[in-house]
Design a protein around this ligand. Structure first.
Ligand code: NAP
Length: 247
């Protein structure tokens, strides 16, 4: 991949898909800023692993639901590197239950963690990137934002919102050469899906045309493409990485 930018902030990058995105992008020559919220030892270990493999990495602690902290984090990166070339809004949570049992707080807390945080990150990135007339953002949405899912009224609303928001940001960012795209992963093997029983996973696999769950690397490779110069004419796009489960 070819990148005209030099650094990237990945939210929620100490584990799961975010950690793999950090490894893949560092391997392609970008300086990666590993955002973490709660486990400095895991974030530091990832940073050390990337540096030991010849990459460039730094850790940055903030909670994406805290607007002030998020803005301070982006400012710190710009003060340090003179720019923020790329952002991946990856941090996300689930809080699954059937709608009839879902309290309003169960709904709004997931919207805040997934959608509102991505809005704050995208807006702040657009401010910084506009000055350089260059940048790209990838929002990690989800297949359930496209097709819905029982037990995930809150999560699917947050992810569907991210898809629509990405397209609107793409329209506003285009005149400043700042691209916004989304990825909608299907079922990817991480701690988020580790809670599913083997039976549930097997049922999903039966319905997935490629007959397997996806890996964090599958998603990371899509992120690399969308941030890279290879996608310089792509904005407002939603890249499905789901084994064909939803076409
Ligand atoms: P994961 O293993 O549960 O990891 C989530 C990451 O987000 C963790 O590093 C977590 O940090 C971080 N995070 C959560 N809330 C945060 C906050 N308020 N501030 C900062 N960081 C926060 O999840 P994953 O499977 O890697 O998922 C990554 C993204 O992909 C999410 O947006 C998810 O919705 C999306 N996705 C996943 C799948 C899947 O099948 N796994 C499918 C579609 C979409 P802590 O360690 O501090 O909790």
């Amino acid at each position: 991949m070819k990148f005209s930018g030099k650094n990237v902030l990945i939210t929620g990058a100490s584990r799961g898909i975010g950690a793999q995105i950090a490894k893949v992008l560092a391997g392609m020559g970008l300086k990666v800023w590993i955002n973490y919220r709660s486990k400095p030892e895991i974030a530091d270990a990832l940073k050390d692993e990337i540096i030991a493999s010849g990459g460039d990495a730094a850790v940055i602690k903030f909670d994406v639901t805290d607007e002030d902290e998020f803005i301070k984090g982006i400012n710190l990166i710009v003060d340090s590197d003179g720019e923020l070339s790329y952002l991946v809004n990856n941090a996300g949570i689930t809080n699954d239950k059937l709608a009839l049992r879902m309290k309003t707080e169960d709904f709004t807390s997931v919207i805040d963690a997934n959608l509102t945080s991505s809005f704050i990150g995208s807006r702040e990135a657009l401010k910084v990137m506009s000055k350089k007339r260059f940048g790209a953002v990838v929002n990690i949405a989800s297949i359930v934002g496209e097709m819905g899912n029982a037990g995930q009224v809150n999560y699917s609303a947050s992810k569907g919102g991210m898809i629509a928001m990405t397209k609107s940001f793409a329209k506003e960012g285009a005149s400043r050469n700042v691209r916004f795209n989304a990825i909608t992963p299907g079922f990817i093997e991480t701690e988020m899906t580790a809670v599913l029983s083997d039976e549930v996973k097997e049922n999903y696999i039966q319905n997935i045309p490629l007959k397997k769950l996806g890996s964090a690397e599958d998603v990371a490779n899509g992120v690399a493409f969308l941030l890279s110069d290879y996608a310089s004419y792509t904005t407002g796009e939603v890249l499905k990485i789901n084994g064909g489960l939803y076409m």
